[in-house]
Design a protein around this ligand. Structure first.
Ligand code: ZN
Length: 305
């Protein structure tokens, strides 16, 4: 029985019996992994203080049978999540990453790129590298990158159903079932539709790096309505630029169509890019909830982020 070595993020530690623990980790080489850590709760355990939620550890484990729980024989702490006692918002952001890893990935299905991204974002959240005001946008970037790595990134530049290219930025119908934007024809036969503003769509494209074929000042009537983006630029702008610049005022008023769920109706204060961030985060939260079939528990704690 060969000992396997890898690095992992501790997702959950469940006490077992008198002195042991069941440890759930997201590992770089084996994906999500559940192991038994015998004697982990003894005062002088071989795992020292490594088995702490959100900690990054180098581990050694034995795996007799792929269907059975492995035996953790060594865990060496590489980095602890220190914000747990300093900032509730940072703690919730960290717990949210764990919840996503737990619910969106499968046992034994490694995604090294997602692992590297996760430890990088956990480190950012845990440090002063990003301010608490930026936790929301950091989580949104993480969610989108994670969806991309796992093959769930929504289609944003053409109709997800018929492939019709979208050539202007205008209010769009986003199909939660379909997994992307829908043209006016395909929208009729779809349910679970959310309406996304032109600013929200552009904000989202700025993050994922998508391109709308040929941006035109004139509506192509793609969405069954004539709408234009009043921005002076025909180029998609990056998230950093979005944050730095306010959208010009005087965007044409958007009339919601019946049956659409409005995402950006609450926050009348703040900058345009703040409103876009809120709208897009709500959309992505609805989309993740739809993918999972349940709402992540941490959503109710992320309200301030
Ligand atoms: Zn279509």
């Amino acid at each position: 029985m060969a000992a396997e070595k890898t690095t992992g993020i501790v997702l959950r530690v469940i006490p077992f019996g008198e002195t042991s623990c069941i440890v759930n980790m997201f590992t770089r080489d084996f994906g999500k992994l559940t192991t038994m850590a015998k004697g982990a709760r003894r005062p002088k355990s071989p795992f020292e203080a490594a088995l702490d939620v959100l900690a990054l550890c180098r581990i050694v484990f034995l795996n007799k049978n792929p269907d059975a729980m492995g035996l953790l024989t060594e865990a060496k702490l590489e980095r602890r999540f220190r914000s747990a006692t300093r900032s509730l918002d940072r703690l919730y952001a960290g717990y949210y990453i764990i919840e996503l890893l737990n619910s969106l990935t499968d046992d034994g299905d490694p995604h090294p790129e997602l692992f590297d991204l996760s430890i990088q974002v956990i480190e950012q959240i845990d440090s002063t590298e990003i301010s608490e005001e930026k936790l929301g946008v950091t989580l949104l970037n993480y969610e989108l990158k994670m969806l991309e790595i796992l093959g769930h990134l929504p289609m944003l530049t053409k109709c997800v159903s018929c492939g019709r290219e979208k050539t202007t930025i205008a209010r769009v119908s986003f199909g939660l079932n379909a997994g992307g934007i829908l043209c006016s024809t395909c929208r009729r036969s779809e349910s679970n539709i959310v309406s996304l503003s032109p600013e929200g769509l552009q904000f989202l494209l700025g993050i994922v790096g998508g391109q709308i074929g040929e941006l035109s000042r004139n509506s192509d009537n793609w969405n069954g309505q004539r709408q234009e983006l009043v921005s002076g630029s025909d180029q998609l702008i990056t998230q950093r630029e979005l944050e730095a610049q306010k959208f010009p005022s005087g965007l044409p008023s958007q009339n919601l169509e019946e049956g659409h769920d409005e995402l950006a109706d609450v926050d009348a204060t703040g900058t345009e890019s703040d409103r876009c961030l809120i709208e897009v985060r709500r959309l992505i939260h609805k989309y993740i909830t739809h993918l999972l079939g349940f709402q992540p528990k941490l959503y109710k704690f992320l309200g301030n982020l």
